[in-house]
Design a protein around this ligand. Structure first.
Ligand code: PAF
Length: 300
């Protein structure tokens, strides 16, 4: 274990801690999170440590990115556990502001809209979600002024939109996207997995298995996006029959990881992304088509 990180809850504490960290010209890396940390988040912290001198982890469940019928109230929270996990990875500072510190004047009047890329995939099903994400990330960048910020590939659309924001608004923060981390059976790690009951948990890896089946099809020579999408639906359709939980897909799409547009012909590096519901839990996942590692036991 390395020493416990310093915790800042107010803007004054944050400013004081940052000015100490920056003494000597340290390059500051930021890992924005909503807490309830898992190994996927810790991989982001490790990644940040590799590309900066001092790592700041923010923990803030951002109300702006939740729709009125979404899970803001029940989103899992455990700050003490988060702090000991972060301590084990050597982050220097945790910024864990209460909502009135983050948004002292109430909901911000000026917001960052994501543009076309924000209307596709998850954006089509979660109106306002990416506007909430970009607005809080812009605010975190303003408060922490990081040199580099690290996001996970599990939220590939979020990462693409943040890169676009940094480019379009000239924010001057390097954006790194770190690999996603899976359970041994292939389920992508997510704080929301805590919602799954034991039966749902058993069915949940089906989403990755369906994406991996389509990836095998791509490796076998199939380059039509529609055919890969159909393969995913086929595998998901064969998963479980009532009374066992059934995965209800919201979307399955092949997209370019930068533009988020569907290509005419699939090439290695395109993303196959999917989202859907298992009972009351919304799961998302994606694979990089043709990437080196289809093995669910490995981290990609
Ligand atoms: O990915 C998340 O946990 C959140 O969307 C983020 C980037 C911390 C913004 O609230």
């Amino acid at each position: 274990l390395t020493g416990a990180p310093r915790v800042a809850r107010t803007r004054t504490e944050l400013a004081a801690a940052l000015s100490e960290l920056r003494r000597g010209g340290a390059r500051v890396g930021l890992v924005p999170t909503m807490g309830f940390l898992h190994a996927g988040h810790l991989a982001l912290v490790d990644h940040a440590a590799g590309v900066s001198d001092a790592v700041v982890v923010s923990i803030f469940v951002n109300p702006l990115q939740f729709g009125p019928d979404e899970d803001l109230a029940r989103y899992p929270r455990d700050l003490d556990r988060d702090l000991s996990l972060v301590a084990s990875r050597g982050a220097e500072l945790v910024f864990a502001p209460p909502v009135e510190v983050m948004y002292p004047h109430g909901e911000p009047q000026v917001r960052v809209t994501p543009g076309r890329g924000g209307e596709r995939l998850c954006g089509a099903f979660r109106p306002g979600h990416f506007e909430g994400v970009l607005t809080v990330v812009a605010r975190l960048f303003g408060l922490v002024r990081p040199d580099v910020a690290v996001f996970g590939r599990k939220d590939a659309q979020q990462a693409a939109l943040i890169r676009q924001m940094v480019q379009d608004l000239e924010l001057g923060v390097d954006i790194e996207v770190a690999p996603l981390v899976r359970e041994a059976d292939g389920l992508a790690l997510s704080s929301r997995n805590a919602y799954l009951d034991p039966d749902e948990r058993e069915v949940a890896p089906m989403l990755f298995r369906a994406l991996a089946a389509a990836d095998r099809g791509f490796r076998g020579g199939e380059t039509r996006p529609g055919a890969l999408v159909s393969r995913v639906h086929e595998v998901l359709g064969a998963s479980g029959a009532a009374p066992s939980p059934v995965f209800r897909p919201e979307y399955v799409e092949v997209v370019d990881p930068v533009t988020l547009e569907t290509p005419d012909v699939v090439r290695p590096g395109h993303l196959l992304a999917a989202a859907g519901w298992l009972g009351g839990t919304r799961l998302i996942d994606n694979v990089v088509l043709g990437a080196a590692d289809p093995d669910p036991r490995a981290t990609e």
